[in-house]
Write a protein that binds this ligand. Sequence first.
Ligand code: ATP
Ligand code: MG
Ligand code: MG
Ligand code: MG
Length: 466
Amino acid sequence: KDSSTLNLAFVEFFRDKHGHLPVPSSPVRPRGDPSLLFVNAGMNQFKPIFLGTADPRSNMASYRRVVNSQKCVRAGGKHNDLDDVGRDGYHHTFFEMLGNWSFGDYFKEEACQMAWSLLTEHYGIPADRLYVSYFGGDAAAGLPADEDTRNIWLEIGVPTHRLLPFGLKDNFWEMGDTGPCGPCTEIHYDHVGGREAAALVNADSPEVVEIWNLVFMQYNREVDHSLRLLPQVSVDTGMGLERLVSVLQGKTSNYDTDLFTPLLHAIHQRSGVEPYRGRMGAVDVGQVDLAYRVVADHVRTLSVCIADGVYPGMSGAELVLRRILRRAVRFCVEVLRAPQGTLASLVPTVADLLVKHHPIIRAHLLGSGVHTWLIISFLPAASVAWSLHRDLGFPLDLVDLILEERGVHVDRQELDRLIAENQKLQAGDRAQVTLDVLSLTELQRLGVPHTDDSLKYDYRLAEGRY
Ligand code: ATP
Ligand code: MG
Ligand code: MG
Ligand code: MG
């Protein structure tokens, strides 16, 4: 089963069988929400609906049932999985979250039934591989156990020994330090089967992995940490596409699915080391496999973030992205022994893989400077970096950083001379300089691998058409 058809099947199930309106993914850069570094869940763009503050003239105000596949980044703030990436096979910094919502429409019972029917009937996942967790309450916080949900699952046919209560940490979902929240119920999948695995649920085991979270939004977490009741109750669900695909493709790690294997292959072609072997679990991932996973993960994140307008930089989300870039470069060079230009050369592969799910993403990725951006991470000469800064607007401090990363000494005098010289140039001459910089022979001389497509793009860029 191809990952793109699975993604589509999710949207079609909720659209055609249950009357949900498909809504496009928002960019990963949060719009007007300072409480977030990156979009970390499908529900972010609907926050005004939960809070009851949606503009009544907006489309959003009329939403009752919607379905969506959202680009998410969890690399900072409350949801930060950066340290897990590569160490396990199911936490990424960038992933896609499939979700369905009810805004004051259906509630717990229908939400659980739809989820169960999609997984077990539509996707054909054996019910005895699934475990369900629900909110067991928290006395100190004055929150009762969610017995309603427990009863709904019993009714659906989940046996008591696979129905498990958990506390605030696992089964009370919160968007951030503030924002909509509520008790949740989650579906977990046992990759092994034929045994009793309840003890492995929510235990960081690679064998039993959480796949779908159904949140019953009821509160808003206020700045003073208190919980305020929302004007209406809503359903907010999220299922990681990569995890779902690993289940349906019979793989124990997301990196063994068709969402990652072409990318790992492309990395191997550029590397000076053995291919990715792929092993289950967190315990015995070797340094090389770890590097493959980290580079594959990080280049997806870098590509999507840059395409959505978050550039590596010096503070906030941009600083996080800068760290991700540094880490990707380090693993590329030091562990995978890949040449200059490797990250940049992977962007077309990333675009091809993501385009299956987001048709506009390819044009977007290749047309937004991502590729060039990653190319400059590998350019050796200060003059080249300088002219890219001047013509394409990449911040100088970042260019400095990239050069430092590459162990290239920046000749300050030479740089000053270039700046002075540049000030005398006319706009037309500047474009010419950039064209020279990015010419085919120059790229080849620098050992920057490229595809025809990316080159064409670079030329157009160089000619000032972007
Ligand atoms: P986990 O406990 O595995 O860290 P979570 O409880 O933090 O997951 P939720 O906030 O409930 O995750 O997000 C909903 C769904 O999104 C999860 O059930 C999972 O399928 C997926 N998901 C969450 N974090 C990641 C990630 N870092 N990479 C890939 N998928 C993820
Ligand atoms: Mg998590
Ligand atoms: Mg969890
Ligand atoms: Mg969860």
